[in-house]
Write a protein that binds this ligand. Structure first.
Ligand code: HEC
Length: 113
């Protein structure tokens, strides 16, 4: 699913209000995620020596290996030692907006992390 095709996930969440979702996702990402993942999501820098890198969302290989549901669950439950669990911080609509924003960062190309 991409932002340009109105997928079932977004449709179910917000009556397919893609523009609102995109703006909300971008704002939430900038305020909450960018400090680790980078403003444009290219992450790739370990947060501490030997720590995991924060992923490159511009990498198409990463994007196609993950479902929307997996990305949503990562935001809620965290991952490994570096990715915090946001638990109930976000509403369902905010979670969908964040997933949509992460998806929008896909460059369509395979990049190095
Ligand atoms: C404190 C730093 C930090 C913050 C803040 C953070 N992340 Fe992460 N994130 C990480 C790290 C590190 C990883 C890699 C974890 C691993 O693979 O062990 C990661 C991984 C991910 C992944 C990939 C998981 C996978 O399937 O491999 C997604 C998606 C993600 N983060 C989304 C987000 C979103 C959305 C936000 C904001 C709501 C966010 N992150 C905030 C550090 C952070």
């Amino acid at each position: 699913m991409t932002l340009t095709t109105c997928g079932a996930l977004l449709a179910a969440a917000a009556g397919c209000e893609r523009k609102a979702d995109a703006a909300q996702g971008r704002d939430l990402f900038a305020s909450t995620c960018a400090r680790c993942h980078g403003a444009d999501g290219n992450g790739g820098v370990a947060l501490f020596d030997g720590g995991p890198s924060s992923r490159n969302f511009r990498d198409h290989t990463f994007q196609k290996d993950r479902t929307d549901e997996q990305i949503k669950l990562t935001i809620m439950n965290g991952k490994g030692t570096g990715m915090p669990a946001f638990g109930a911080t976000f509403t369902e609509a905010q979670l969908y907006a964040l997933v949509a924003h992460v998806r929008s960062l896909d460059s369509g190309e395979t990049k190095k992390p």
